[in-house]
Design a protein around this ligand. Structure first.
Ligand SMILES: [Zn+2]
Length: 80
C-alpha cells in the first residue's frame, strides 16, 4: 500500500470515528433529557410514573381513570 493510500485510510477512519462519537453524544444527550418523576393518584393511591416534562399538567390515572394534575412526590427517588 502506498503512503497516500495509508493516509487516505487513516483519515477515513478518523472521520467515521468522529461520526460515531457525535452520534453517541447526541444519543446520550437525548437520553439525559428524558427524565421520569413519580407521583401518586389522589383517588386510588396508585403510584404513577410520568415524564418530567408533564409535571404540573393534567393527566389521567391508568388504573381508575381519575383526572388530576401530575405532581411529583419524590423527585429524589427518580432513576434515569
Ligand atoms: Zn387512580
Amino acid at each position: 500500500m502506498s503512503a497516500v493510500g495509508t493516509i487516505t485510510v487513516a483519515s477515513a477512519c478518523l472521520v467515521s470515528a468522529s461520526a460515531v462519537g457525535g452520534y453517541l453524544w447526541a444519543w446520550a444527550r437525548a437520553r439525559a433529557n428524558v427524565r421520569y418523576l413519580y407521583g401518586r393518584c389522589p383517588s386510588c393511591k396508585q403510584r404513577l410514573r410520568f415524564l418530567a416534562a408533564k409535571a404540573g399538567r393534567p393527566g389521567e390515572c391508568p388504573r381508575c381513570r381519575h383526572r388530576h394534575k401530575l405532581a411529583p412526590f419524590a423527585e429524589h427517588a427518580v432513576s434515569a
